[in-house]
Design a protein around this ligand. Sequence first.
Ligand SMILES: *Cc1c(COP(=O)(O)O)cnc(C)c1O
Length: 404
Amino acid sequence: MGSEAIKKLEDLYTANTYARYDVVLAEGSGSRAKDPEGREYIDFTSGIGVNSLGFCDPGWVAAVQAQAGILQHASNLFYSDPCARAAEKLVMLTGMSSVFFANSGAEANEGAIKAARKHSFMKYGQEAGDGFDRYRIVTLAGSFHGRTIATITATGQSGFHKYFTPFLQGFDYAETNDAASLKATVTDKTCAIMIEFVQGEGGVIELDAGFVGEIVGLCKERDILLIADEVQTGIGRTGKFMAYDHFGVRPDIVTVAKGMGGGLPAGGVIFGEKTKDALGQGDHGSTYGGNPVVCAGVDYVLSKFLDGNGEPDRGFLGNISKKGKYFREKLLAIPGVKGVSGLGLMLGVDIGDIDAKAVCKEAASRGLLLLTAKSKIRLLPPLNIEHPDIDEGLEILAESIAAV
Ligand SMILES: *Cc1c(COP(=O)(O)O)cnc(C)c1O
């Protein structure tokens, strides 16, 4: 089908929940994609941080295709090889204890919320009796944790809180990078604090090191669990394997998704020493979670972060940081760019009063795919993007800003 026919059918037959660009993607390779008519686009989006190795990385395709022809699904009633390998790598790369595989970021966060509540109940529930109320979770203003009822409640943005009441109980919101607000929000009923170390959807906003220190201190002092939502920031995106590695922090629970599967729907709740036994048999589950084809993709993506001996390979991460710095320098030289936020290849471009959505639309018409985050342009290019693609894309971005 041609672009016009595809757009017409999707508009007719899919639920109208997305404001879409006027772009149809038919195929891709590396950091470039084409529409059905063969028009080419440079990709600074990775499908919202998902295609971490770009479109159709040959090694990734081979791993996924092979697994699809061997055993496509088993369910968690049975053991399977890709799940075992992916889990081992994830635990090795994080130094955590175990992982529960889910299918998406929101689902991973649901698992984390359940685990935090149960951990608190097992530790403090008996003494409190029926009046157990140490189940509250503190999240931050501007955060984004997903689209399910629990995770929109966790999301600290009132825009997501319209229409869908009644919400789940038990969430409190502190101001981001505001220690006084945090201290006023945490109470003796708080069981966990859930944070993004770099807020993605909220505008690519990094937490201050001092604020993170306050969070860690409070968690320690009051036996509160720290949940890191690394759904967008994790798996190398920021130039460290996890964004918390920039802050020297060890969370109790880490959630991942987006970039982990390299393009297949994969999520994970990763448990540390303290929380690894929080969820027991029958407490949680997922029919698709740990699916062999998906885990073959996960295993391949994770293998990029390990060297031939199975040890963490700093080279891959180092290149992500270097490319991030290169992006930043070049972005700051573009007229109209007021500042650049973010870490590694997760970048927020502040263009002041210029309309970011209009720039994205203009860029799409000129052959560059971009994202927004609040009033900023957000860049989440493939982690292995090559310099010619970066340069050409940034030229189109400069032209697009100038045109708007
Ligand atoms: C995208 C995102 C989610 C939700 O992930 P889905 O896979 O869309 O459910 C949760 N948290 C953060 C930080 C995200 O960026």
